[in-house]
Design a protein around this ligand. Structure first.
Ligand code: FES
Ligand SMILES: [Fe+2]
Length: 389
């Protein structure tokens, strides 16, 4: 059997016929949005930041998801810990800032001064009248599960069982040859899009829109110009199986080395990649609902999102480089940054357009075409999560 990448080549990936989309009210309704937060966001691994952003002991970050806030801190021994950002006394938020470094080795509640050590234990209870039998060990901070993958930190508010590895699609080893953990964030951009978070994921999950929305990307990745992203998205893939033209085979156009404004590499290729991975031009891993990572031959990108409101999603794009590439000319990095910014900008614009139409009182539900099988898979994940609530 022929193979594509390191995975066995599947048969035609498309759906047999069409499928109904999710109900339009799922994209605008506040009560439904709240339900999705509980069913999907509070029960899934959520990307917080790069572990390197919390390098020093006492460094902390807070991550807001819906009306919840998670506090991640590196303790004195160098271990990351995550807690609900809520005091055990009367529930005050502990850290109001998004990021910083604690002034002491305690997390001190700004309200009445209860102080917790960096493992969450209640250490100090100020006051003139503390009952002798008051047992501080009964009031540790509320723990939050924490995990790391490829130098990325994830937290999960509820649920047990599934590891971060279980959440990575298509598999936890798909990008194993990328030296992700050792890469450094060279540039970050953040933007609030006027769309529901699912609209962004749907757009990410299909290339039906590529010819109309991404002319430059389609020139770099010719198969995208056929409105598909992989060989097996084509029902007639067998007819072209031996054709080395990237229009059929996937990968970058002749002569291109990476996703950059001119297609040229921006730094040395990662030595750990195999030949196929080097030539493929890109590889994507997704972790619903929080982020996806893209590996190119010489750099990576992380795109993460956070639902702000039913029709608002905060998007963060981080460009990761090897220390060696990062030390090179800024103009080279800019070629990568510029290209990613352009593609994400194009996607953001159609996502906002999509959202505007979804408000129509006439529109009850969309319809998925066979090549939108990735959107269907995402919808199935959403439906399963909602059903399990
Ligand atoms: S609410 Fe935190 S010390 Fe009172
Ligand atoms: Fe796109």
């Amino acid at each position: 059997m022929a193979t594509a990448g390191t995975l066995a080549a599947p048969a035609y990936l498309g759906l047999e016929g069409t499928r109904p989309g999710l109900p339009a009210q799922f994209y605008v309704d506040a009560a439904h949005h709240e339900k999705e937060l509980r069913a999907l966001w509070y029960r899934s691994w959520i990307y917080v930041c790069r572990a390197a952003d919390l390098r020093e002991p006492r460094a902390f970050r807070t991550a807001a998801i819906g009306n919840q806030s998670i506090l991640v801190v590196r303790n004195e021994k160098g271990t990351l810990r995550a807690f609900h950002n809520a005091c055990r006394h009367r529930g005050s938020a502990l850290c109001a800032e998004h990021e910083g470094r604690l002034r002491s080795r305690y997390i001190v509640c700004p309200y009445h001064g209860w102080a917790y050590n960096l493992d969450g234990g209640l250490a100090v209870v100020p006051g003139i009248d503390i009952p002798e039998d008051f047992d501080r060990s009964q009031y540790p901070l509320y723990d939050v599960a924490l995990a790391e993958w490829g130098g990325c930190v994830f937290a999960r508010l509820e649920g047990t069982g599934a590891s971060i590895g279980d959440a990575i699609r298509p598999s936890s080893t798909y990008m194993a040859n990328w030296p992700m953990a050792g890469l450094v964030t060279g540039h970050t951009e953040r933007k609030v899009l006027a769309c529901n978070w699912k609209v962004f994921w749907e757009n990410f999950s299909e290339c039906y829109h590529c010819p109309g929305v991404h002319p430059e990307l389609c020139e770099l990745v010719p198969i995208y110009g056929r409105s598909i992203s992989r060989t097996h998205d084509d029902p007639e893939w067998q007819r072209h199986w031996d054709d080395p033209d990237p229009k059929y085979r996937g990968g970058l156009r002749q002569g291109a080395e990476t996703w950059s404004a001119d297609g040229r590499a921006i730094g040395p290729t990662f030595a750990s990649l195999n030949d196929q991975e080097r030539k493929a031009g890109h590889r994507f891993s997704t972790i619903w609902p929080t982020m996806y990572a893209v590996g190119h031959a010489d750099y990576m990108r992380i795109v993460s999102m956070r639902p702000v409101a039913p029709e608002e999603t905060e998007l963060t794009v981080e460009w990761l480089f090897s220390p060696e590439t990062l030390a090179g000319p800024r103009a080279d990095l800019e070629r990568a940054i510029e290209f990613g910014r352009m593609v994400v900008g194009q996607d953001g614009a159609v996502c906002e357009l999509n959202q505007r139409g979804l408000r129509s009182r006439a529109h009850r539900q969309g319809v998925l075409m066979p090549q939108e099988h990735g959107v269907f898979a995402f919808h199935e994940w959403v439906r399963r999560g909602l059903a399990a609530l």
